[in-house]
Design a protein. Sequence first.
Length: 197
Amino acid sequence: MKIIIVGASGTMGKHLISAFEKDHEIIKVNTTGGDIPTDITSTASIENMYKKAGPFDALICTAGPTYVGPWKNMKDAEFRKGIDGKLMGQINLVLIGQYYIKPKGSFTLISGALTSDPQLNFANASAANGAVEAFVRAAAIELDNGIRINAVSPSVIENSPQYFSFFPGEIPVTMRQLEYGFRKSVFGANTGQIIKP
């Protein structure tokens, strides 16, 4: 399979590349660097990425910038980080990508446990995650040509200890659990699912 991984330089992206590249052709996409540098907050940049990548079987997005910080510092500009990045960035990957993906291909987006289990400093991510999950459920009933779409929704992951203190009492998701959540989406048959590793 030809798989595009958006967010290839991040913790999740690097792990998935290592897990999948032995058996599949991987197109690495980062904001800067990678095979095709792409700014997911720009529709022109996304369109350019798909034109360069050519027809593909699956897209995985592990990228999604949001504002992390105290509620009292939150204003319109801060809140739009998650709206423009994690929400519209991922939505536009699908809205544009549906015209480049092969029949029976799949999109896998990233949301997170903050949707239903909010934590201090993460209101922007909680809102963006919830909207991403609603989009996935709605898109699943309208995408043509057998194209599937799911979201993987992890809690804090074991290879990101810098976030542990923000998630008191949470048992970190292992990289293996995370990987198999993405495997279920990409190589399984379900659509419109929120996969919680």
